[in-house]
Structures are given as C-alpha cells and as structure tokens.
Design a protein around this ligand. Structure first.
Ligand code: ATP
Ligand code: MG
Length: 226
C-alpha cells in the first residue's frame, strides 16, 4: 500500500493546495512517485465543453507530474463553492460516494508511492450529511497533515481540529503553521510555541509567506513514514 496522506486544514483558504503542491514537488524531486486526489472538489468552473474544471487537482497534478485521468483524481466535482454535501444539493448532483472514492484511490495508489489527498475546508466539513473528512480518513486509512493558517486567533480552531481528529482515532502525521499573509512575526512565533504546549501532535514546522517549503519539513514527513 502506498502512503496515503490527507491534507486538511483549519478552514478554507489556509494553504492546503499550496502546501500539497510544494510537498508533491519535493517528493517527486526525490524520485518518489506521487499520486494526487481531491475526492470532492467544489467551486469548479465549467469549461467551454461544460466539463467542470477542478483547479486544485490540476495544480496538485502539475506539481506531482501525475498524469492520471481527471475522473480518478477528482471524481466528484461541483460548481457551488460550498461543502460537498451542500454543493451536491444546490447543484442537484449526487453526493460523493465513498465506495467510488475508495476505488479511485486504489487505482491511483497502484501507480504511486505516496498519494496526497486534499480535503475541502476542514476536518468536520460534511462530505455527505452523515460523513465528514474524519470518516474519510479512518475509512481509507489516510494519515492527516493539518495546515493551520498562522494568524491571530488560530489556536482555538487548531486545537479543536487536532482534538477532534484524535478523538476519531485518525492518525496525525503532524501539523504545519502556514503564513497565508505577511506575518506579524511576534504573533506567528507565539502561536507556534503555544501550539507546542497545547497539543502532543507533531509540529512539522512553519511554511513562511511566499517562501519555499523547507527541507526539514519534507524530511520530517519522510522519517515518520509508515
Ligand atoms: N505560504 C504562503 N505564502 C504565500 N501565499 C500563500 C501561502 N499559503 C497560501 N497562500 C495563498 O493563500 C491562498 C489560499 O491558499 P490555498 O489555495 O493553498 O488554500 P486552500 O486551503 O487549498 O484553499 P481551499 O479551501 O480553497 O482549497 C492562495 O492565494 C495562496 O497562494
Ligand atoms: Mg485548495
């Protein structure tokens, strides 16, 4: 079985795709075959042919040099920029089906050493009205990387996310403090040290505003591989 990683975050727009692409590229550069997937992608725009374009999966696939069919990498795509369960209703499309997601993942995995899966929003975002990303992670045996937007007030949602994941028995590879905005560094530093006191989950480090992913983060992840 390939290593299966779910990149989740404390919210939408916290840097899941940015980090996922940087990680995919770094792994690829080390000769590791990387598969990518976003099982449900919402907020897709329709191309001229009417096909919904999954921008995040496209970016991940490009970074990973993964040329698998779009329907495997992004099997459930919706136009509405909402949680998948809601987008499916608003767009009058079927909600994501876990069996199909599992099949797609296995197929991607058959040609990969690592599969990077991106979630929508955060860990408790509903994929259907009875299942969220913690369910997806436990059913598909995905280990979690939690991307935390390192900004004032992030400790609450970061702690809740990690506690919820732990309470659901999901394996947590670590969390990453990401600077989505130019950081007021005192706050960013203090958030990082507060996180270390708030959780036993492993800190992967910090992704700074507009800076490349550090080698240390990639190596930490590789040494913790299953
Ligand atoms: N470390 C960073 N430095 C500079 N800009 C960043 C960084 N991380 C994220 N961004 C920017 O923040 C925005 C949101 O990032 P991104 O799309 O990766 O978030 P996301 O969590 O994948 O969002 P979504 O919930 O829509 O999937 C993007 O414009 C991205 O370029
Ligand atoms: Mg994204």
């Amino acid at each position: 079985m390939a290593r299966r990683i779910l990149v989740t975050g404390t919210d939408a727009g916290v840097g899941k795709t940015t980090f996922g692409c940087a990680l995919a590229f770094a792994l690829k550069a080390r000769g590791i075959h990387v598969g990518v997937m976003k099982p449900a992608e919402t907020g897709c725009e329709a191309g001229a042919d009417g096909v919904l374009e999954p921008a995040d999966v496209r970016a991940l696939a490009y970074a990973a040099a993964c040329s698998m069919p779009l329907d495997l990498m992004a099997p459930f795509r919706y136009r509405s920029p909402l949680a998948p369960a809601v987008a499916a209703e608003v767009d009058s499309l079927p909600a994501p089906d876990f069996e199909r997601i599992d099949k797609c993942l296995r197929q991607i995995e058959s040609e990969s050493d690592v599969v990077i899966v991106e979630g929508v929003g955060g860990i408790a975002t509903p994929i259907t009205w009875s299942r969220d990303y913690a369910d997806l992670a436990s059913l598909l045996e995905l280990e979690l990387i939690v991307v935390i937007a390192n900004r004032p007030g992030c400790l609450n949602i970061a702690a809740l996310t990690l506690k919820y994941a732990a309470s659901r028995g999901v394996r947590i590879a670590g969390y990453l403090m990401n600077e989505v905005e130019p950081a007021t560094s005192a706050v960013a530093e203090s958030n990082q040290s507060s996180m270390a006191r708030l959780t036993h989950a492993r800190s992967l480090g910090r992704l700074r505003f507009r800076e490349p992913l550090s080698k240390t983060i990639v190596e930490k992840l590789l040494t913790s591989g299953s």
